[in-house]
Design a protein around this ligand. Structure first.
Ligand SMILES: C[S@@+](CC[C@H](N)C(=O)[O-])C[C@H]1O[C@@H](n2cnc3c(N)ncnc32)[C@H](O)[C@@H]1O
Length: 564
């Protein structure tokens, strides 16, 4: 579609057909200048003003004008020429400014789809449905506009334009000499031609069927669908229940079942529950010494035994492929095994285990190692040695039986019915492995509830103050979670690992410090190396170990300390 929009100020007679009868006659009034232009000198108004005005008008033609700028739009009668519709729009600015000398600028913008004016445009428009194209004799073009303004190659028009420019300049110069104000465009009439449908479109329109649609009524299901059909179908699928005379149905009482003749044995039930839980522990038997039923019941309801760490959210072990091993064959050679711990100062390899003096099958820590603070690196599945290798003790598990008993003043405690040799491995501390952040929260809860703490920091190789992970044996754990503190302990915790690459996840293994007679409570120092202080912190947990060298308090804070 092509719309020929011609901006013409003075060739009135050519556009007479498009001027609506209602359009106001040409007046000699000076239109009021737009506020943006009143402060500009007339000389600053560009000569291309005319074309800009056309663009402005076109732009303003599309959206609605605000009420504050009243403009009159009038639609002209269709032109006499066949296949042509013209809309003439007259735009007029109000002017009440008496100070400005009346200067009349009258513009008529005619958009006509006229074969005489632009035959090419018409022919192309009728063939294709192109976007609206407006032709103007204005000098500027705006390609980004949906309207495409192009210059008409018409000499006569150009001369008319030049005349108009001259006339405008003279008018502007007159205005400048008087008030130095730029006049606004006067009443402008705009004619827009709306093209008729193309031949193909017309054919489609002619052949289109007229479908009669019934006028909607408020309750018609065609327009407001309901579930009435669905309801009717459901009614058929589920017939209405028959009425029953309940009084007529006989009620027969059967033979009575076995009645409880005695009180249930709570103690036996509790014992059974505990046995079930203890049976889950791997290795030699772990038992509960009979004691306070209420405490046992509490424990049975709130605790589960585990045989390995339970890694919680945020805890990631170093993958297996990072495991390094020695190249020993069969039994490791203490002189060249790469897994052996290194002496911190000398870097000499340390052999941690030796055969027990009275039992060749039993491996115990060497007396030298018991005094050290080094970590034990045991051989692993990546090593060349086999499972009989002497450097595999902790990974082979517990060898002594254990008993959980009530201490009387420190809650439960742990002991063994077996004799334990100095340096003998007892068991590992187990539980949930949690992040330090989670541990802090749990510690606050334990402290506020004034209950036992089961948090054990994995901070042996930590460079900073704090650990990355913490083991919590409160809800899940092994028998060693019952080991109490003593200022004169008989056991020691030593860190043991098989993965040289992981500094944060390793075993917390308990070894007997000295020979421990059967049924002696197994204890360790919660804060090894912590010196006795003269003044005991009144907020600290008081130590009840009863030893002559008792420090009087368990720890400066609830959690067990760094290196053992
Ligand atoms: C790992 S738990 C030991 C088992 C605990 N007794 C139980 O019944 O579950 C640590 C807690 O036991 C108590 N505890 C351990 N050793 C203690 C001691 N020497 N004196 C006082 N309380 C002790 C403290 O309440 C501590 O928070």
């Amino acid at each position: 579609m092509v719309i020929d929009l011609t901006v013409d100020s003075d060739s009135e007679e050519r556009n007479e057909n498009h001027v609506p009868s209602s359009a106001p006659p040409l007046q000699n009034n000076t239109p009021k200048s737009p506020s943006t232009l009143t402060r500009r000198p007339a000389s600053s108004v560009p000569l291309k003003r005319k074309s800009e005005d056309a663009e402005e008008l076109l732009a303003s033609f599309l959206p609605r004008r605000p009420q504050s700028q009243p403009r009159s739009f009038s639609q002209p009668q269709p032109a006499n020429r066949a296949n042509q519709h013209a809309i003439s729009i007259e735009i007029e600015d109000d002017d009440d400014d008496e100070d400005v000398k009346p200067v009349q600028i009258h513009r008529r913008v005619t958009a006509a789809r006229s074969s005489s004016v632009n035959p090419n445009a018409i022919s192309s428009a009728s063939k294709e449905n192109r976007p609206l194209q407006i032709k103007s004799n204005a000098t500027s073009t705006r390609s980004s506009s949906p309207f495409n303004l192009t210059t008409t190659n018409h000499d006569h028009r150009r001369s008319q334009d030049r005349d108009e420019d001259r006339k405008q300049r003279s008018l502007l110069s007159t205005s400048r000499s008087i008030s130095f104000q730029t006049p606004s465009p006067g009443p402008i009439s705009l004619s827009v031609v709306i093209p008729s449908p193309s031949r193909r479109q017309q054919q489609e329109l002619d052949s289109a069927e007229v479908i009669s649609v019934p006028s909607p009524i408020g309750l018609s299901e065609n327009f407001y669908p309901t579930d009435a059909y669905e309801k009717r179908a459901l009614k058929g699928a589920y017939p209405v229940a028959r009425k029953v005379n309940r009084a007529a149905i006989p009620f027969t009482i059967g033979a009575p079942g076995p009645l409880l003749t005695s009180k249930p044995d709570i103690s036996a039930q509790l014992h059974q529950t505990l046995q079930q839980k203890l049976a889950k522990i791997r290795g030699p038997k772990v038992t509960f010494a009979s004691g306070d039923q209420h405490q046992l019941a509490q424990f049975a309801a709130n605790f589960e035994f585990v045989n390995a760490y339970k890694l919680r959210q945020g805890v990631t072990p170093v993958p297996e492929e990072f495991l390094a091993g020695c190249s020993c064959d069969g039994f490791c050679d203490p002189a060249r095994c790469l897994c052996l711990s290194k002496e911190e100062e000398t870097n000499d390899p340390m052999v941690p285990y030796k055969r027990a003096d009275d039992d060749g099958r039993l491996l115990v820590l060497t007396p030298e190692f018991l005094k050290r603070k080094a970590m034990i690196y045991e051989c692993s599945s990546r090593c060349g040695c086999d499972e009989r290798c002497w450097n595999r003790v902790v990974q082979n598990g517990r060898t002594v039986r254990l008993e959980i008993f009530q201490t009387g003043n420190r809650g439960f405690g742990l002991r063994s019915p077996d004799r334990i040799r100095a340096g003998q491995f007892i068991d590992c501390y187990l539980g949930e492995v949690i992040t330090k952040e989670v541990a802090d929260i749990r510690e606050d809860v334990a402290t506020s509830q004034n209950r036992h703490s089961y948090l054990f920091s994995l901070d042996f190789l930590a460079t900073g103050e704090d650990s990355k992970y913490v083991v919590d044996g409160h809800k899940f754990g092994g028998p060693t979670r019952f080991m109490n503190h003593s200022c004169n302990p008989n056991c020691r915790m030593i860190t043991v690992t098989r993965n040289h690459a992981d500094d944060y996840l390793y075993d917390l293994a308990f070894f007997a410090f000295k020979d421990v007679p059967p049924m002696t409570e197994l204890t360790f120092d919660y804060n090894p190396g912590w010196e006795k202080v003269k003044k005991v912190d009144p907020n600290a947990v008081p130590c009840l170990c009863g030893e002559s060298n008792c420090r009087g308090q368990l720890w400066p804070n609830q959690r067990k300390a760094k290196r053992g």
